[in-house]
Design a protein around this ligand. Structure first.
Ligand code: URP
Ligand code: ZN
Ligand code: ZN
Length: 464
């Protein structure tokens, strides 16, 4: 007779967004099939979780692996980036497929699928990136929604890179996607205004160095763009998701819009919670930290933590876009030429567990909500991910609440020779990570397989 369970995670404190209970989890193939006390072993492989937490796998809905950007390509590819994900407890990532300038949206999607398929070590999804809106773009978006891509990013900056969308395209996309339950994701920064400041600080390069990146993006550059995107959303009755929100002002504007009934969600990232713009003042290393939007101030950290606690900020993701020190050196002293982006997927959950839960900003259940359950709901994955229940994918992590380590880039799987969190003591790294029932991390070492990860079609209409 076939065994009832292939694996049983025994005796852990099973933590979901809603509750914590001591229980065993029975796994058959790729799925969770039972949650109960003292499930009989009956030949199943046992993963001992006594004294440990068992959590749903985390979902990082914002990564850019092997992205051609700023004259180079981000150094974490779909292999190293998803190994790093697994070691940090992330079992699903969502990357982006950019509209091909000549061939359109769907060609961009197919190309990105080809780049990912044989390399990914955990499950993945893709958002589309819309640059130009047209009838063709609209019909391809519809086709992609049907194939599991219900979210579309639009950039209000990056004119030079050819990625910027204008207000008309954003309005049209919001109006069109609402009929299909899809969402528009926005990178909200006001490019024309920030260019005024860039020109100003470029004239003082010797004096400002990498800090010019921060000086040229005052908070209102993000706040005004968020306000504008929300205005289009309110008028069109579409749904907006603000990626990598970095300012306290942004949290205030989102909260007010949510209170008016506008369909808007916001995401923030660990770098906007744990770091502040003093990092740019380091003469040797300041430029390594450049990302867009840039890291802000302590008061923004505090307001974003509060937003996560209270609910106007719904998710944590990382915006992983890794560049090595050699790539960062391309800046040559000019803050406009820094490859923008940071590594992060491997330290997302540990940073939220360490600085959110352990610092008593919110409960472990709420941290699970922010890093797994809410991302799953908003992004259309809640039918199989983001929770621990029978029928769901067995995406699970086991963490020892006593285990901690000082972050050292040499020891991480991310393909980077530095870390924004170098030397910071963090808890929460998983002893064991399971992705769809398979152990991909054991004793906090990657033991999975390149190409194991699967594209997970997502559903439209996701909401909290
Ligand atoms: O600087 C960043 N964040 N690079 C990745 C692209 C983006 O803006 O998300
Ligand atoms: Zn962005
Ligand atoms: Zn991004």
């Amino acid at each position: 007779m076939a065994k009832a369970f292939d694996k049983i995670i025994k005796g852990g404190q099973v933590v979901t967004a809603d509750k914590t209970q001591v229980a065993d989890i029975g796994i058959q193939g790729e799925k969770i099939v039972k949650i109960a006390k003292n499930i009989p072993v009956d030949g199943a492989e046992i993963i001992d979780a006594k004294g440990k937490f068992v959590l749903p796998g985390m979902i990082d809905v914002h990564v850019h692996l092997q992205l051609p950007f700023c004259g180079t390509v981000s150094s974490d590819d779909f292999d190293s980036g998803t190994r790093a994900a697994a070691r940090g407890g992330v079992t699903t990532v969502i990357d982006y497929a950019t509209q091909d300038k000549e061939k359109g949206m769907y060609a961009g999607f197919e190309r990105r699928m080809d780049e990912a398929r044989d390399k990914v070590c955990v499950d993945y999804g893709l958002h589309g990136i819309v640059i130009k809106w047209s009838d063709q773009a609209a019909s391809e978006v519809k086709k992609m929604i049907d194939e599991g891509v219900p979210t579309y990013k639009m950039f209000m900056i990056y004119e030079k890179e050819g990625w910027q969308s204008d207000d008309a395209a954003m309005y049209a996309a919001l109006e069109y996607t609402k009929d299909y339950g899809a969402k528009i994701l926005v990178h909200a920064e006001s490019e024309r205004v920030l260019n005024v400041f860039i020109e100003r600080y470029v004239k003082q390069l010797d004096k400002v160095g990498a800090y010019g990146h921060a000086l040229s993006r005052p908070n209102f550059v993000e706040a005004e763009a968020i306000q504008r995107a929300i205005t289009w959303t309110e008028a069109s009755k579409g749904t907006l998701y603000i990626v990598h929100m970095s300012t306290g002002e942004g949290a205030d504007i989102v909260k007010a819009a949510q209170e008016r009934g506008v369909h808007v969600y916001a995401e923030t990232c660990p770098q906007y919670l744990v770091l502040n713009d003093d990092v740019f003042k380091d003469k040797e290393k300041g430029h390594w930290y450049a990302t867009c939007p840039q890291i802000k101030k302590k008061k923004d950290n505090d307001r974003l933590w509060e937003g996560l606690k209270n609910g106007e900020v719904s998710t944590v993701a990382t915006d992983t876009c890794t560049f090595t020190t050699k790539q960062k050196a391309m800046w040559g002293g000019d803050f406009r030429r820094i490859p923008f982006g940071l590594p992060g997927v491997e330290t997302m959950w540990p940073s939220i567990y360490s600085f959110g839960v352990r610092k008593k900003r919110f409960s472990i259940n709420h941290a699970v909500r922010l890093c797994s359950t809410n991302p799953a709901k908003i992004m259309g994955l809640a039918h199989r991910k983001g929770d621990i229940k029978p029928g769901h994918d067995a995406d699970l992590i086991v963490i020892d609440p006593k285990f901690h380590k000082k972050i050292d880039y040499k020891e991480l799987d991310t393909n980077c020779d530095w870390s924004p969190f170098q030397g910071v003591d963090m808890y929460g790294f998983p002893d064991v990570t399971l992705c769809r029932g398979s152990v991909v991390v054991r004793d906090n070492k990657f033991v999975g397989r390149k190409g194991y990860g699967r594209f997970i079609p997502r559903k439209p209409g996701g909401k909290l």
